[in-house]
Design a protein around this ligand. Structure first.
Ligand SMILES: NC(=O)c1ccc[n+]([C@@H]2O[C@H](COP(=O)([O-])OP(=O)(O)OC[C@H]3O[C@@H](n4cnc5c(N)ncnc54)[C@H](O)[C@@H]3O)[C@@H](O)[C@H]2O)c1
Length: 255
């Protein structure tokens, strides 16, 4: 399918969890659209491979890999400093890093797994927003996109921490959208249904089957479809949407 042109020329950004899956597809589309992108990830090997592949799009200057654990404030601060050292400014932030956690009912859910999912999926997005927004406020411009999930709207059975963390990301997006509404910074989130990536390896087959059964289009999403919507939300032209939730669920979500 031909890709629409989105103009991100001169924009600098970062994508957390950008070494694989949806984060990689988002970074690819942002770079294709003219942005310089730092991909942040905990996985050094995947980061090196992804950076080398993304450098083929517009050269080495358009991409940099930054090792970062979004769940740790010190790591986030160091990654912001490394990104600023490479690019000088941060205009675009995509909070994409996330994990699934186990598929068991709430009353059997391991406490440490609950804490880990919330720490990465929800606190990670908070820590990154907290670290980058002062710089965006100083120049009165920014585009933040948080990757939530349809699970955060609807609640998936046997995924309590995941669903709650993504509902939290939606709430954080709405709060930030209002806090920053009179600035040039917009904050939105997307709520994809299932897209086949390595995150499926963390789920039971029954859970994957459940997710597909809920999608009226009767197919999984494609990573490129996620990248396309995020690129639009990261563009200057997308200027009257903030604190909003954008559906990517093949018809699953009813609101
Ligand atoms: N794939 C889907 O069906 C789907 C649907 C809705 C939402 N999402 C969300 O999209 C995002 C990306 O998912 P994906 O399917 O690409 O997963 P994935 O497992 O393919 O990729 C996730 C990436 O995040 C990185 N990561 C994990 N923990 C991290 C941390 N603490 N700090 C920095 N990086 C970290 C991983 O190393 C990996 O490269 C997640 O937030 C996920 O919840 C995915």
């Amino acid at each position: 399918m031909a890709r629409n042109s989105i103009d991100l020329a001169g924009q600098n950004g970062l994508v957390t969890g950008g070494a694989a899956g949806l984060g990689y597809a988002i970074a690819e589309r942002l770079i294709e659209s003219g942005a310089r992108i730092a991909i942040w990830d905990v996985n050094q090997k995947a980061l090196d491979e992804a950076t080398a592949k993304l450098a083929k799009i517009r050269g080495k200057d358009a991409v940099t890999g930054v090792i970062a654990d979004v769940s740790e404030a010190a790591s986030v601060d160091a990654a912001v400093a490394a990104t600023l050292k490479s690019f000088g400014s941060i205009d675009i932030v995509v909070n994409n890093a996330g994990i699934s956690g186990p598929n068991v009912p709430t009353w059997e859910y391991p406490i440490e797994e609950w804490r880990k999912v919330i720490k990465i999926n929800l606190s990670g997005a908070f820590l990154v927003c907290r670290a980058v927004i002062p710089g965006m406020r100083a120049k009165n411009y920014g585009r933040i996109v948080n990757v939530a999930s349809v699970a955060g709207k609807e609640g998936n059975p046997n995924a309590p921490a995941y669903s709650a963390s993504k509902a939290g990301v939606i709430g954080l997006t709405k709060t930030l959208g209002k806090e920053l509404a009179t600035t040039g910074i917009t904050v939105n989130c997307i709520t994809p249904a299932a897209v086949r990536t390595a995150i499926f390896d963390q789920m039971t087959q029954a859970h994957v089957d459940f997710m597909l059964s809920k999608i009226p289009m009767n197919r999984f999403g494609q990573p490129e479809e996620i990248g396309a919507m995020v690129a639009w939300l990261c563009s200057a032209e997308c200027s009257f949407s903030t604190g909003a939730v954008f559906d990517l669920s093949g018809g699953r979500a009813t609101y």
